[in-house]
Design a binder for this molecule. Structure first.
Ligand code: NOJ
Length: 513
């Protein structure tokens, strides 16, 4: 069962390069994040997910860790990190870090040691074939870069050698070791030591990068028995030594909860319920329920979501994102008025909300930006936070920033704080409302009406939520007591009639029924 604080957590994801630069070098830093904690709190968030802050050559935005026990000098000093955690905690904000469990940077000293031509204590920490001409099928293997005889397997980019957590099914005994081998178990213990190091420094848990990728040849994505066994072991360590810490997986499959994670992200993987709701470009037929043209289907979303939720609800949580550093932001595909309805829906579904920095002001995905630090298409979602219309949108005083800043008179914190009807103020009132009703953090969830592009209705306990994403009015023939109280609305509120409910265009309403 998830830890208590997770139940009512609302996360704000911060990509440290892009949030706030206090030393004028054009990159965001930890001091910058510390200086904006009150802002994070003012949104109604009570937790932060910090993308990798470790020492790194940044060949994959920091997901290529050179030193797992060191803060990247780009982001500040060790003291800046400790101060950030201390200040966050003093304001009631939890902090989870990114645990890059499956791979290191090619510049990681343990990897370089393992790449030496003679056997040493790191020989089996990474996965090496035994011959220089071995390029095994089904793996990405890199050769010819080091003097060790053999090629090494990478987990993602060619700069990210896979750590050796062993194999479940062994096809090539000359170089594949069991996940129960001494070498594989040593890697696992090393991972626990990384976790203990940051938990002892005050971290409240981890978002685990590519959590399903650790044990190789481990079968289907929705099963992965050996990888699951590994995480159950890690979870047992946490339960014993750090019972308040949480583990949240990038796995996007109910199996993650069975493997011991407290929560798992429902990501924009092909055809899953999240895409069927808001990301048509990743839905099988190219349509999602929130398409203004009404070409999506609420029933498809409802079926997929309920099936997934039913499998995990007794043991863990779904982490539900507005977007993240890997996905295109929802603006400008959707207007701010549509985003209000989308956030209202996402954050009243059963799950733990994750707001990606800047989504609360409707920052746009910037198309066709040249890739920086191997962000490629993701680069457009990583541009600096827009605080104001000052130089570099108030993000930095540098002449050149890490990525170009967008200056927009409406899409910035300062302007939206002043505008009662802004997306920012809506997000605040939505989260305040969510917090005021314990139904939203309960496990209760029931789909009441999900038919084509008609208004979607679902219940959280006694609360009935109704959303109409279309620009035409709708109606549903659900009969509720006429005296049901309207508690929250965006757009014009839905109206209860004797034989049903009229639902105005572009609206979201919550009734107590
Ligand atoms: C998932 C992370 O979210 C992404 O940014 C990264 O490139 C890969 N994992 C590799 O670590």
């Amino acid at each position: 069962m998830g830890n208590n604080w997770l139940k009512s957590a609302v996360f704000y994801e911060i990509y440290p390069n892009s949030f706030m630069d206090t030393n004028g070098d054009g990159y965001g830093d930890l001091k910058g994040i510390t200086s904006k904690l009150d802002y994070v709190k003012s949104l109604g968030a009570n937790a932060i997910w910090l993308n990798p802050h470790y020492d790194s050559p940044f060949m994959d935005g920091g997901y290529d860790v050179r030193d797992f026990f060191k803060v990247s000098p780009r982001f500040g000093t060790e003291e800046d990190f400790d101060e950030f955690i201390r200040m966050a905690h003093s304001k009631g904000i939890k902090v989870i870090l990114d645990l890059v469990a499956g791979h290191t940077s090619e510049q990681n000293p343990d990897f370089l040691r393992s790449a030496e031509p003679t056997e040493n204590e790191m020989y089996d920490r990474f996965i090496w074939t035994r011959g220089e001409w071995d390029f095994p099928q089904g793996f990405k293997a890199i050769g010819g870069r080091h003097n060790r005889k053999g090629n090494y397997i990478v987990n993602f980019y060619s700069t990210q050698p896979s750590l050796n957590y062993g194999f479940n099914k062994i096809d090539e005994p000359s170089w594949q070791m069991s996940y129960k081998s001494e070498a594989a178990l040593k890697t696992r213990e090393w991972l626990k030591s990384v976790m203990r190091f940051w938990l002892d420094r005050g971290a409240d848990g981890f978002r685990v990068d590519m959590a399903d990728s650790l044990v190789k040849n481990d079968g289907d994505w929705g099963e992965k028995p050996a990888t699951s066994e590994l995480w159950q072991d890690v979870r047992a360590m946490l339960d014993k030594e750090y019972p308040d810490a949480v583990l949240i997986s990038e796995w996007s499959n109910p199996q993650a909860i069975r493997a011991g994670f407290h929560a798992d992200f429902m990501l924009d993987h092909w055809g899953n319920p999240y895409n069927l709701l808001v990301r048509g470009e990743e839905a099988p037929d190219g349509h999602s329920y929130f398409d203004i043209k009404g070409s999506g289907d609420a029933a498809k979303f409802a079926k997929g979501f309920t099936e997934w939720y039913d499998q995990i609800k007794d043991d863990g949580y779904l982490a539900i994102i507005s977007c993240n550093h890997d996905t295109p932001r929802l603006a400008p595909i959707y207007s701010h008025d549509q985003l209000k309805l989308i956030y209202a829906t996402l954050f009243t579904l059963p799950g733990v909300p994750f707001i990606y920095y800047g989504d609360e002001i409707g920052m746009k995905y910037i198309k066709d930006l040249p890739s920086v630090e191997c962000g490629f298409a993701r680069t457009g979602s990583r541009t600096p936070m827009q605080w104001s219309t000052d130089k570099n949108a108030g993000f930095s005083t540098a002449e050149k920033t890490f990525l170009p800043t967008e200056i927009d008179k409406n899409i910035n914190v300062e302007a939206q704080q002043k505008d009662k009807k802004s997306l920012l103020n809506f997000v605040k009132s939505l989260l305040a409302f969510r917090k005021s009703r314990e139904e939203f953090t309960s496990r209760d969830f029931e789909i009441v009406h999900a038919v084509g592009s008609e208004p979607l209705c679902y219940k959280r306990g006694n609360l009935l939520c109704i959303v109409n994403p279309l620009s035409s009015k709708g109606s549903v023939n659900i009969v509720v007591p006429p005296k049901s109280k309207e508690l929250f609305s965006e757009g014009k509120a839905a109206k209860i009639k004797k034989d049903g409910i009229d639902v105005p265009p572009l609206s979201f309403t919550v009734f107590e029924v």
